[in-house]
Write a protein that binds this ligand. Structure first.
Ligand code: URA
Length: 422
């Protein structure tokens, strides 16, 4: 087999054979296929797509590139959630301990932020002492003791995806349904969860900008999970505007703790509960009551134990930014749009995200929202607060926010998007 013939096959819009797929994934993982050759193949897939059974074989080859985890010794059913990425999407933080408090085991292998979308591990690392890197044995021990663990995937899990995802990120080949579906599902299937709820984001702050593409991505991923014996369901959820009132690492941890304490923004609470119900249902725990676990403090208790089990101090003060800058409303009226992508880019430029995988992030950087679409605002009132340790970035962040919101005259009617679209 030679890689040039594999690239030519896809370049010329034909289906890759099973043998070609198995060989190219294995050879790339071993370093026999070079990055520039895999980049050409990824671009050919991006442009020409893949058939369903071709995606299934590609996913199976990525799973086979590494180890598979096994949680069958746990006394609880396993349930996991994966979001396709958004702005202010801190849902994993309250959700994992909440679902654990309701009786499931949540093995949440999470990622770091890249570009305008935040990453769960970056958020949790703003808690002093908290460790993202656990061995497989440590992960199993936390799952057994607490019922929820959020950590980085080890190097042995779907290594083909690790290499390919980093390559796609720098070659303009991320937003491809076959490549996203196989990337996400290879990791989730190799992780060994019994059930999986996918939160497929739709809107300016998401990879999928329209609902038809998001539905196609959701259907592809549900098909892959089901074929591998993982009970998989998907929700399509709104990402036209940021989730909650914060985008940034420590800012989002603070908001998540508010949700666990029974408060927090209504959209974050609603989505957390909707996903918790789906996870518990998929895990066969239909009688569990996540709203009760949030109200009676048992979810907060699981959060505190989960953070402490990974070396974090749940009582420690979270970092705050050295400088803030307030953006005020230029006119009075009704806020009718606040763009998720623009807020995500601003948070990233302030230091909450990274441009390259090896860049550090600022724990305290980000954007705080003082109003959400549908709310009335008065000229001069704070609309957004920018937080950073590097104030020379304020202008650059402000540029991202140019034309990021609309304010209609007082009385303008506003129809909010539902949090869960389908
Ligand atoms: N998240 C992933 O893990 N992979 C993708 O391709 C996109 C989002």
């Amino acid at each position: 087999m030679d890689v040039i013939s594999v690239i030519r096959t896809k370049r010329d819009r034909a289906r890759l054979t099973d043998e070609q797929i198995d060989w190219v994934i294995d050879a790339y993982t071993r370093g026999e296929v070079a990055d520039e050759q895999m980049s050409a193949l990824a671009m050919a897939i991006f442009l020409n797509g893949m058939e369903r059974d071709e995606i299934a074989r590609w996913t199976a080859a990525m799973i086979a590139s590494g180890e598979r985890m096994d949680f069958s010794s746990l006394p609880r059913p396993t349930a996991d959630k994966h979001s396709t990425g958004g702005v202010g999407d801190k849902i994993t933080l309250p959700l994992a301990p909440l679902v654990a408090a309701c009786g499931a085991a949540v093995p949440q292998l999470s990622g770091r932020g890249l570009g305008h979308t935040g990453g769960t591990l970056d958020k949790l690392e703003s808690i002093p002492g908290w460790r993202a890197l656990l061995s497989n044995d440590e992960m199993l021990a936390v799952l057994r003791d607490v019922g929820a663990v959020v950590c980085a995937a080890g190097d042995g899990l779907a290594p083909a995806d690790k290499k390919l995802y980093a390559l796609r990120d720098v070659t303009g080949t991320v937003e491809s349904i076959p490549l996203i579906a196989s990337s996400i599902m290879s990791k989730k299937i190799a992780e060994g969860t019994g059930s999986l709820v996918l939160d497929v984001k739709v809107g300016s702050g998401a990879f999928m900008k329209n609902i038809d593409d998001a539905r196609e991505l959701a259907r592809t991923m549900v098909g892959l999970g089901t074929d591998h014996g993982v009970k998989t369901v998907a929700l399509l959820t709104d990402m036209a505007t940021p989730l909650g009132l914060t985008a940034g690492n420590a800012l989002e941890v603070r908001e998540s703790v508010e949700v666990l304490a029974g408060g927090g923004p209504s959209d974050v609470v609603e989505l957390t509960l909707a996903l918790a119900r789906e996870m518990l249902d998929a895990a066969g725990l239909k009688d569990a009551d996540p709203a009760k676990a949030l109200a009676d403090g048992s979810a907060m208790d699981a959060w505190r134990r989960m953070i402490a089990a990974q070396g974090g101090d749940p009582d420690a003060a979270l970092p705050t930014a050295r400088e803030t800058q307030v953006i005020t409303a230029p006119t009075s009226g009704v806020l009718t749009r606040l763009d998720a992508y623009a807020v995500g880019v601003a948070a990233w430029r302030l230091g909450a995200g990274r441009a390259r995988k090896e860049d550090p992030v600022q724990a305290a950087a980000g954007v705080e929202l003082h109003a959400k679409p549908g709310e009335s605002v008065t000229a001069g009132q704070p609309l957004l607060t920018l937080h950073t340790d590097t104030p020379e970035k304020f202008d650059y962040a402000q540029q991202a926010l140019t034309d990021s919101y609309d304010i209609g005259p007082a009385g303008t009617s506003y129809e909010p998007n539902p949090v869960v679209l389908d």
